[in-house]
Design a protein around this ligand. Structure first.
Ligand SMILES: NC(=O)c1ccc[n+]([C@@H]2O[C@H](COP(=O)([O-])OP(=O)(O)OC[C@H]3O[C@@H](n4cnc5c(N)ncnc54)[C@H](O)[C@@H]3O)[C@@H](O)[C@H]2O)c1
Length: 309
């Protein structure tokens, strides 16, 4: 019921774990679980922390989802809702939607939350916006009880695969915008590329089993625009660094959220999820990572081809 206190377990106590703790803390009962990444020591046994929880929020990268969802599945109540905000593919090339599908399926309830909700702004009490995607009836009721009256405003939908891919691909296109801005290629070019990325996002979503219209929701265009224009965006910055020839950032692929987009490109190729050049802008970003110095020339060819009527 709206207004009801929920017992929430937050997995991960990084930027987003803390942001959600602050957002939900005044109204709900919060427990936080995390792991020391150097020693592997957990704050408490996960299975114990998950007992009697209404909601488990995965506020950590996609890679640990498989292990954690696998451990949680046997010990969660049927009513518990697992919620992920992670925007990356795991080492097997799976989205958080696919990982939840595999471990939680239809026996347990789950949803994905994607949109303009920068941790820094949520922590400062500013508004955030997201698409909550779930295929299971009743999940929206739990999420309304959880978030209504907070600064995070939700739309509801059921395109879980489309929402996951929209958020994941956003992190691929934003480094390109960061590079374009660092090279001072112009505000017009930025606007054009955001429009192109959104159009392509719709096509890739459809190709990957989602619905193209999800590209125009908070999870797609909303999040893409926020990251592409935010001075604090990690993903913008990595594009700027690559355009300046600082390619050592690529070595950190998959290690932290800065490189989620770079990691996605590697996983798309490694697992043959789709042919990168089937989508012209996506193919351009792949080449940018390999040869950052070619970006301006590649962009000129892209524009020429795009307007060669
Ligand atoms: N930062 C943002 O503004 C923002 C906004 C929306 C979504 N997200 C997404 O949320 C996710 C988390 O982002 P963040 O900014 O909180 O990252 P962060 O690096 O600040 O925190 C990550 C947390 O995950 C934990 N973690 C990492 N690997 C782990 C593992 N193998 N086992 C257990 N715990 C592990 C870390 O201990 C840490 O507490 C990312 O997928 C990101 O794309 C971030």
């Amino acid at each position: 019921m709206p207004g009801q206190t929920k017992r929430v377990l937050i997995l991960g106590h990084g930027a987003m774990g803390r942001a959600f703790e602050g957002l939900l803390g005044p109204r709900h009962e919060i427990t936080v679980w995390d792991r020391d990444l150097a020693t592997g020591v957990e704050t408490q046994p996960l299975e114990l922390a998950a007992q009697d929880r209404d909601v488990v929020l995965f506020a950590l990268p996609t890679n640990p989802h498989d292990e954690l969802a696998g451990r949680l599945a046997p010990c969660l109540d049927a009513d518990t809702v697992c919620l992920s905000i992670a925007k990356g593919l795991d080492e097997h090339g799976r989205t958080p939607a696919q990982i939840f599908e595999q471990h939680l399926g239809t026996r347990l309830r789950w949803a994905l939350l994607y949109g303009p909700m920068l941790a820094r702004e949520l922590q400062a009490g500013q508004a955030g916006f997201a698409l909550a995607a779930s295929r299971q009836p009743g999940v929206d009721v739990v999420l309304r009880a959880l978030f209504d009256g907070t600064a995070l405003h939700l739309d509801y939908g059921d395109d879980v695969q489309g929402a996951a891919w929209a958020a994941i691909l956003k992190n691929v296109y934003v480094p390109l915008i960061g590079a374009v801005d660092a090279l001072a290629l112009g505000d017009n070019m930025r606007g054009f590329l955001i429009a192109e990325a959104t159009r392509e996002l719709a096509a890739i979503l459809q190709h990957m089993g989602g619905r193209p219209e999800t590209a125009y929701t908070c999870a797609g265009l909303g999040d893409l625009t926020t990251s592409a224009t935010s001075a604090s965006s990690h993903h913008r910055r990595i594009g700027a660094e690559l355009s300046a020839g600082r390619t050592e950032q690529l070595a950190a692929t998959g290690v932290n959220i800065r490189s989620e987009g770079v990691h996605t490109l590697a996983m798309v190729r490694a697992h043959h999820l789709f042919e990168p050049d089937r989508f012209a802008l996506f193919g351009l970003v792949c080449r940018f990572l390999e040869q950052p110095a070619r970006l301006e020339a590649d962009l000129r060819s892209y524009v020429d081809r795009r307007f060669a009527h």
